[in-house]
Design a protein around this ligand. Sequence first.
Ligand code: NAP
Length: 226
Amino acid sequence: MSLEGKRIAITGAFGSLGAAVVEAALAAGAQVAAIDRVAAPADMHDALAIGGVDLADTAAAKTAIDNAAHSLGGLDALVNVAGTFRFETLAEGSPDTWDLLYRVNVRTAVAASKAALAHLPDGGRIVNIGAASALKSGAGVGAYTASKAGVLRLTESLAEELKPRGITVNAVLPSIIDTPPNRRDMPKADFGKWVKPQQLAAVIVFLLSEQASAITGALIPVTGRV
Ligand SMILES: NC(=O)c1ccc[n+]([C@@H]2O[C@H](COP(=O)([O-])OP(=O)(O)OC[C@H]3O[C@@H](n4cnc5c(N)ncnc54)[C@H](OP(=O)(O)O)[C@@H]3O)[C@@H](O)[C@H]2O)c1
């Protein structure tokens, strides 16, 4: 799958999944701007690293996306990977967690997407990261799944809004990703069943490619064997 000539901004790019998406996009021939709240790691391969950005802040998101587009000479696609997770029951948790997860999971994607719209050409791409658990929630993940349901609705709504321009908007829905933090938190689990960041990145690269130009508004479970 080739992304030759494509200029792509990836948020949450220094995290477990984001780093795999950066690597896969570079390997497919794209130019990449890697944006995150944390400081850039030392080795960013050939990606342009933009660290220290809170993407829930509209102005900061716009500045980062504008910088990415300026440095890459334009912007063909955005991948919204930034996000986080909390497990807490309603009885023992805080209503503030609902605000936090909405801000980190929904607002970051909204702010980055809005900023990217000023740059994306007709035929551009947006890929979001939802969660399979957003389709059917469970105990302790109400705030998280509600926020990821927001990402799913954003994906559907923006896909319709952008159909006239041929910009596709899709989401991948992971279950548990095989990341070092998840292995630490669930040491007795069968890691072989978990979807690997590289497997998710491969689907995302496909959605960014010309071959996926007829897919929009899709919510695609990518869940390994979970
Ligand atoms: N890991 C899983 O099992 C799993 C399952 C389903 C869905 N997902 C989703 O997949 C995505 C990636 O997960 P991951 O495991 O790779 O997470 P991760 O390693 O924590 O990476 C996420 C990155 O996004 C950054 N970020 C968070 N809030 C931000 C903000 N306001 N502005 C800019 N950057 C921000 C994080 O910075 P900080 O470290 O400062 O927060 C972190 O560097 C997330 O959207 C997550 O919800 C993950």
